[in-house]
Ligand binder design. Structure first.
Ligand code: ZN
Length: 195
C-alpha cells in the first residue's frame, strides 16, 4: 500500500495538518481544532472528544461526526394502504468518519447514537484522519432511521424520511487495539480497521 502524505495548514493556528491518502477530515495536533477538505478547500469545524467508558484504556483515536438533526418521518404507509402517524424530533447521531466496512460502520453508529456520549477534552495523542464527508454521514443517518422504522413490526410499505442538520462537529472517538481489529472504548463494539 502506498501512503501519500499531504500537508495542509490548520485554518485556526496555521500548523501543518497531516493526512494520509484520501483523508478529508483532520484534527490539528497543535490546537485541537478540526477541519474538513471540500471543494472550496479547508473548512474549520468545531472539534472535541468523547470520553471512554470507565476502565477502558484507549490506544488510538479516530474521527466521527457528532450531528444534531431534525428527523421527520412522514407519509408512513402500512401494507394494505393504512397510513400511520408520522413524527418529527431532534436527535443526536454519532457517525464514524474513518474507513471501516459499511456493516461495521452502521453497527457502531447505531450503538454510539443510542446513548449520548460524554464529551471530553481532546487527548494529547495524535488523532487519525478520516474520509467520510458530512453529506455521507447524513445519508447514513437516513439509513439508520429507515432501518428503525422497518424493524417496527407493522408491515411498513413506504415512508418519507427528511434529515435536517441543526449542528455538526467532529469528535475524536477512543479505541482499544485488539488482535483482529478495534474495540470502541465507549460502546465495546468491535470494528475492522487499521490502527
Ligand atoms: Zn490548529
Amino acid at each position: 500500500m502506498t501512503l501519500k502524505l499531504i500537508s495542509l495548514d490548520c485554518p485556526s493556528c496555521g500548523s501543518a495538518l497531516r493526512g494520509e491518502g484520501l483523508d478529508t477530515v483532520f484534527f490539528c495536533g497543535h490546537c485541537g481544532d478540526a477541519a474538513t477538505l471540500g471543494e472550496n478547500g479547508l473548512e474549520m469545524v468545531e472539534g472535541s472528544a468523547l470520553a471512554p467508558a470507565p476502565g477502558r484504556h484507549p490506544g488510538l483515536w479516530k474521527p466521527a461526526w457528532l450531528i444534531e438533526a431534525d428527523v421527520t418521518v412522514a407519509d408512513r404507509l402500512r401494507s394494505g394502504g393504512r397510513r400511520t402517524e408520522g413524527w418529527s424530533t431532534r436527535r443526536t447521531f454519532v457517525i464514524p468518519a474513518f474507513v471501516t466496512p459499511l456493516d461495521d460502520l452502521t453497527r457502531l453508529a447505531r450503538a454510539l447514537s443510542e446513548g449520548a456520549g460524554t464529551t471530553a477534552e481532546l487527548p494529547r495523542e495524535p488523532i487519525h484522519g478520516g474520509t467520510l464527508a458530512i453529506e455521507d454521514a447524513v445519508t447514513l443517518i437516513r439509513h439508520i432511521v429507515i432501518g428503525e422504522e422497518v424493524r417496527k413490526s407493522d408491515m411498513l410499505a413506504s415512508l418519507r424520511v427528511d434529515i435536517e442538520v441543526a449542528s455538526r462537529r467532529l469528535v475524536a472517538l477512543p479505541f482499544e487495539k485488539t488482535g483482529d481489529g478495534l474495540r470502541c472504548a465507549i460502546t465495546g463494539v468491535m470494528v475492522r480497521g487499521e490502527g
